[in-house]
Design a protein around this ligand. Structure first.
Ligand code: KG4
Ligand code: ZN
Length: 342
């Protein structure tokens, strides 16, 4: 079964084509970074307009890359949520149009499920069950994954997502947008213990996260640092962002390990845009290794938003539940638990 997957949930227009939920035939991503960069973050209305402009060429390019025509497709998968409503609408209505014209099933996909399953785009993927940490610009959540379609939310952020914290700290420290890559790069030339920033563990047993206090602490420190010539001679901006990154990574790694031990799994999966971060990958591999666990993470192009993970997830959704009704609508909020009720 050849499935086209479309994602327009945020600021990337992407289309992927996957055969039988295993083999990626195309994965085309049109980034909107240049459009949003001057605004220091994603502007929803601009994102929708860009999706309208790019959705047709991106799908065409994916087909071209796969060497396929429209009529070779056996199903059209599309993200219906969570995400920006105006942006999601562009992808959903394009998918509905294709499904209707081609007479092929429409398959609604939950973006969070797609991040969890993105590891199956790689030939090296874990056996079930495993614990997955999805860390992106919009989400920071821990899941216990028993099988395709069987997920239990173990914990999530109570305020900012980890990626959002990276983006905000990059903005206030003048490193621009998007922030994660810039901070990782600057951190390579900084001291990770330059500044002692707070780590919000809540309680030792809690699997929830909180990053807003850390973001405020960095903001207050930057203010003090800019006004104090002695302090700014001692500590560099690279030290500050490296210390911030260390604080985020420490908490993420600690919570993944608590979750993995509690659930008794042998494998953990990292997914979402922040999973591109090499410091996070390295520290988690080290921590998991001590307990004999194995860490899996997809290549960066499958960590950030992409159409291939939507196609793969659509395939599994179709096998489970069949086609989605044409009347399906977008959902700004779409908790993964809802999948089990559908
Ligand atoms: O999954 P994604 O592409 O979009 C969402 O669904 O949000 O994730 C984007 C997020 C951004 O916040 C970006 O700053 C972060 O992932 N990110 C990183 C890195 N690369 C991207 N954060 C830390 N280190 C990175 N190398
Ligand atoms: Zn995402």
């Amino acid at each position: 079964m050849i499935v086209l997957g479309i994602d327009t949930s945020c600021d990337d227009t992407s289309a992927g084509i996957v055969a039988d939920g295993i083999k990626t035939l195309a994965n085309v991503i049109h980034s909107q970074v240049a459009v949003h960069h001057p605004h220091g973050g994603v502007v929803p209305e601009l994102a929708s307009r860009e999706h309208v402009r790019n959705i047709v060429p991106v799908v065409d390019e994916a087909l071209k890359h796969a060497g396929l025509g429209m009529t070779d497709l056996d199903g059209i998968a599309v993200t219906v949520g969570p995400g920006l409503v105006g942006a999601l609408l562009v992808g959903l209505y394009h998918a509905k149009g294709l499904s209707y014209v081609l007479g092929k099933p429409l398959i609604a996909v939950n973006h969070l499920e797609a991040h969890i399953l993105s590891i199956f785009l790689e030939s090296e993927h874990p056996p079930f069950p495993f614990v997955a940490l999805t860390v992106s610009g919009g989400h920071t959540s821990l899941y216990y994954v028993e099988d395709f379609g069987r997920y239990t939310l173990l914990g999530q952020t109570l305020d900012d997502a980890a990626g959002e914290a990276f983006d905000k700290v990059a903005k206030i420290s003048g490193m621009g947008y998007p922030g994660g890559v810039a901070i990782e790069k600057a951190s390579r030339n900084g001291r990770h213990d330059g500044v002692k920033f707070p780590r919000a563990y809540m309680s030792k047993t809690s699997l929830d996260f909180s990053f807003s206090g850390l973001k405020t602490a960095v903001s207050l420190f930057l203010k003090k640092w800019r006004d104090d010539p002695v302090l700014s001679a001692e500590i560099s901006l690279n030290d500050i962002v490296a210390s911030f990154q260390e604080a985020v990574v420490d908490v993420l790694v600690a919570k993944v390990m608590v979750a993995a031990k509690r659930m008794g799994v042998a494998s953990v999966v990292l997914a979402g845009g922040v999973a591109c971060n090499n410091h996070l990958r390295k520290n988690l591999v080290e921590a998991a290794g001590i307990d004999g666990m194995r860490v899996y993470y997809p290549r960066p192009a499958y960590c950030t938003d992409n159409g291939a993970m939507i196609a793969l997830t659509g395939y599994h959704r179709f096998v489970r539940d069949g086609a989605t009704h044409m009347a399906v609508d977008v959902r700004a909020r779409y908790p993964i638990q809802d999948l089990m009720l559908e």
